[in-house]
Unconditional design. Structure first.
Lengths: 317, 247
């Protein structure tokens, strides 16, 4: 579905060269649900805009849905759907009118476009809003309309740029249930960007981590966590002295430190490591008050890779 | 070519739908020309004895100067929001997006011009019948050019939009005054007359005055037509280029 080689985009800002995307290689197979994960400014949207023909690459090539984005953008556009970061419906238009227009943009006849618009109104629970203006809709409703606009021509590949950003949890869940249902029903290939870790973690089959315009990790969420972050064992002790001892013992298997009375170890398999560690503490006369094991998050993965946390604020430009 | 025409029709029918659903809105965008017609026109009539034949064609040109402001503004809003981006990802022809929008603006302009003429009739405006048709046609050519230019300006100003408002503020009013729409520039000092002659709109205003009074073959008409055509070609060329480059 997507084959990109050396995809690069350089912007000139006030006579300074800004390399937003630096030589990305990427292959996406049909039917995949792939999440592009990275902090703001990492190059997610720029990559997406190149793959959707909105922005010509400075260098490198990309074939999307069987056609080259630079040589034959019209053919790519006819085969992909795109739900941008901002709302897609024009403020001065009505919901249904915009859906019909969208169908006409894909060269459907007036009748086809009208039938498809009605179908989508039902599919995305927008029927009661058909005659309203987009500026009267709630955030979640607008997002559903955006998705409906992206689906008008039944694309085999749908790009979504931060589909759930700025939505309340309930609307987010709704948007996701629509996206997943769509995938189940039509086998649509989904390529989305997000900076919500949990979302990439729970929804995507494949997570591609991007930072500073480069892909720094690529795999299933499980693979990334196992390979790059590892599990955590966390214990607390009654005294700081005990914690220091516990940390010294733990140093044999891991490198984590004590913080007050808490000791955190990074290990390959926490379930197996915990009993062993507790026995070692017993032998040293250290009493663990609490003990728990945690699976890593994608944030731990990002932290391992870059030394920064994804949940920190935007990276400096 | 047929897909181009279909795309143009798609854009035109999208753009024309909101004013069709709420035609009253058109009156509001006509506020300034209407105000000038009734208040300034009446003053002019009393103070200088200038005839409606002289004043109304100027008002029509004035309207075709201010109309692009709302056209460009609407496009700017779509560029700042996500709807233009959404349309750019469809296979629709870029040129059709520009032409369809421009066509909508000229249709609206035509309706407004006819309305102004009808409103001016009871005031004593007596235009030449064939001249009216020729005058409206010339006005539409001007509308295409100015509309397209305002789209270019909107595209250049996105995503901030400041440039758009600045240029509109700084350029529009001087161009209007120097074109002799409200008062004859000929009676001004030499430098003002030169500035007026450098202003392409001046020629259109003169041509419209000739046409509405039935003077269809006066050389001013040719000058006005050339000025309008040049603006139209320039606008469409720059506009298509800007659209193709990606918004």
């Amino acid at each position: 579905m997507i084959h990109a080689r050396g995809l690069t985009r350089v912007f000139k800002l006030k006579k300074q060269r800004v390399e937003a995307v630096r030589g990305i290689d990427l292959d996406v197979e049909e039917g995949q649900l792939i999440a592009f994960l990275g902090p703001n400014g990492a190059g997610k949207s720029t990559t997406l805009r190149m793959l959707t023909t909105l922005l010509p690459p400075t260098s490198g090539t990309a074939t999307v849905a069987g056609h080259d984005v630079a040589r034959d953008p019209a053919a790519v556009r006819a085969r992909i759907g795109y739900v941008g970061q901002k709302n897609g419906a024009g403020e001065t238009f009505r919901v249904r009118d915009e859906l019909v227009t969208q169908g006409r943009c894909y060269r459907m006849t007036r009748r086809e476009a009208a039938a498809r618009a009605d179908e989508l109104l039902d599919l995305l629970d927008l029927r009661p809003l058909a005659k309203r203006g987009p500026n009267t809709l709630s955030g979640g409703q607008r997002r559903r309309l955006d998705i409906a606009l992206g689906l008008v021509h039944r694309p085999a590949l749908l790009f979504l740029d931060e589909p759930s950003t700025g939505l309340d949890p309930k609307s987010r869940a709704e948007v996701w249930s629509h996206i997943l249902r769509l995938r189940e029903a039509y086998g649509t290939t989904l390529f989305l960007t997000t900076h919500y870790l949990e979302e990439a973690d729970s929804m995507a089959e494949r997570v591609v981590v991007i930072d500073n315009g480069e892909i720094i990790a690529d795999g299933t969420a499980e693979q990334l966590k196992n390979d790059l972050a590892g599990d955590h064992v966390t214990i607390t002790t009654a005294t700081e002295q005990d914690a220091a001892t516990a940390a010294r013992i733990g140093a044999a298997v891991s490198s984590e430190i004590a913080n007050g009375t808490t000791v955190r170890l990074r290990v390959a398999n926490a379930a197996a490591a915990l009993p062993e560690y507790l026995r070692a503490l017993d032998a040293a006369g250290v009493k663990a008050v609490t003990a728990e094991t945690t699976r890593p998050t994608l944030d731990d993965v990002f932290l391992t890779l870059t030394g920064r946390s994804l949940t920190d604020d935007d990276i400096p430009a | 070519m047929t897909t181009f025409l279909r795309d143009t029709a798609t854009v035109l029918s999208r753009e024309i739908m909101p004013p069709l659903r709420e035609p009253v809105g058109l009156l509001f965008t006509m506020g300034q020309p209407l105000l000038f017609l009734f208040l300034f026109g009446a003053l002019l009539d009393g103070a200088m004895g200038a005839s409606w034949q002289w004043f109304v064609p100027g008002i029509l040109v004035m309207m075709s100067l201010t109309a692009p402001m709302s056209a460009g503004y609407l496009l700017l809003m779509e560029l700042i929001g996500g709807s233009m981006e959404r349309l750019m990802v469809t296979p629709m022809s870029r040129t059709a997006m520009l032409v369809g929008r421009t066509m909508k603006e000229t249709v609206i302009l035509l309706c407004q011009a006819v309305l102004i003429i009808l409103l001016a009739l009871p005031l004593g405006f007596r235009p030449h019948p064939a001249g009216v048709l020729a005058g409206l046609a010339l006005l539409l050519v001007l509308g295409v050019g100015l509309g397209a230019l305002s789209f270019v300006l909107a595209i250049r100003s996105a995503p901030g939009g400041t440039l758009f408002y600045m240029v509109m503020e700084v350029v529009l009013f001087p161009v209007l005054l120097l074109s002799g729409v409200l008062l004859p520039v000929e009676s001004g000092p030499a430098w003002l007359r030169v500035a007026g002659q450098l202003n392409p709109i001046t020629y259109v205003v003169n041509a419209e005055r000739r046409l509405f009074s039935g003077d269809l073959v006066h050389p001013s008409v040719l000058h006005g037509l050339v000025a309008s055509l040049l603006l139209a070609v320039l606008g469409l060329w720059l506009g298509t280029r800007a659209m193709r480059r990606g918004v």
